[in-house]
Write a protein that binds this ligand. Structure first.
Ligand SMILES: NC(=O)c1ccc[n+]([C@@H]2O[C@H](COP(=O)([O-])OP(=O)(O)OC[C@H]3O[C@@H](n4cnc5c(N)ncnc54)[C@H](OP(=O)(O)O)[C@@H]3O)[C@@H](O)[C@H]2O)c1
Length: 266
């Protein structure tokens, strides 16, 4: 079967990726399923994998963190999914191939829906959902500020926050995205420039910005975390929206964490 694999880990995917003919995965064993992979997205995550940032299996190896497909066979003892069900492949499933065997545990049948959206559910939306759940005790009406507002994580965060009644300030670097993000439910999309802090201050008023989410790093971080935990410089009127005592900062930028992009707080 066909697969996209890397001959070696390396910084330039075009130099190490190759279309290969690899052996069929065979029959699923006890507790396993065979998945026909129908869609496998390309996420920044995959580029980090190719660079060796996650310490993957020895090369050559198939690539691909996320995937969507149909169960083609089930091994003994599998009851949670059946042949014909559509499922998400487990994360780190090495999905850039036509078929794979995965543990059945954790798989679940998907309803009818947009297959392209399903295929991208494994990484960015849960990251956004966990950021909103795990880093601050957010209540409806609270504000969250993020940069990279138009990223996959950023758009997921906007949508999930909306559902939970949490309001979002989303910084982007391109003005043409403002209308698009508003249409997607962003409460306050702003171009990341010095005046953004004042604009946010006016909008938030006496409200509370409880969480700053950084997916860019470098200078952009300073805009977000001027003392969000209360340990930084005292708030001034222009930094008040993102400096409320008791706020938290969540850095998800791999620029700050080159070996893994696991979320961490500061
Ligand atoms: N911890 C985890 O489990 C986890 C999971 C998924 C993602 N992440 C992290 O979350 C972040 C977003 O990932 P994603 O896949 O959602 O990203 P994405 O969809 O690829 O979007 C990248 C974003 O970064 C912006 N950007 C790129 N370079 C920039 C720069 N120099 N200055 C300002 N903005 C810049 C882009 O803006 P333009 O559109 O203007 O180019 C875009 O908004 C990344 O840091 C990623 O590593 C972490």
């Amino acid at each position: 079967m066909r697969a996209l694999q890397i001959s070696a880990y390396g910084d330039d995917p075009l130099k190490v990726l190759e279309l290969a003919d690899i052996p069929e995965p065979g029959e699923p064993g006890a507790g396993e399923v065979l998945i026909d992979v129908e869609l496998a997205p390309l996420n920044k995550h995959d580029l980090l994998f190719i660079r060796g940032a996650f310490g993957g299996p020895p090369a050559p190896t198939v690539v691909g963190n996320e995937g969507f497909g149909q169960v083609a066979a089930v091994g003994p003892g599998v009851a949670n999914v059946k042949v014909g069900d559509h499922v998400l492949a487990p994360n780190f499933g090495l999905t850039w191939r036509e078929r794979l065997i995965a543990a059945a545990q954790g798989l679940f049948p998907l309803p009818d829906g947009d297959r392209l959206q399903f295929a991208q559910l494994g990484s960015n939306p849960p990251t956004a959902a966990l950021i909103l759940s795990e880093y601050a005790d957010l209540k409806p009406g609270d504000w969250v500020v993020q940069n990279g507002g138009n990223s996959g994580v950023g758009r997921s965060l906007i949508a999930i926050a909306k559902q939970r009644g949490i309001r979002t300030i989303s910084l982007v670097r391109r003005p043409e995205l403002i209308g698009e993000l508003e249409a997607a439910g962003a409460d306050l999309p702003l171009v990341d420039e010095p005046v953004a802090v004042e604009k946010a201050a006016r909008e938030v008023g006496e409200g509370s910005v409880r969480l700053a989410v950084d997916s860019v790093g470098g200078d952009a971080t300073a805009t977000l975390i001027q003392g969000p935990s209360g340990s930084g410089p005292p708030p001034t009127s222009s930094t008040a929206p993102i400096s409320r005592p008791g706020g938290r900062a969540c850095l998800i930028s791999s620029a700050r964490c080159p070996k893994c992009c696991a979320m961490r707080t500061s």
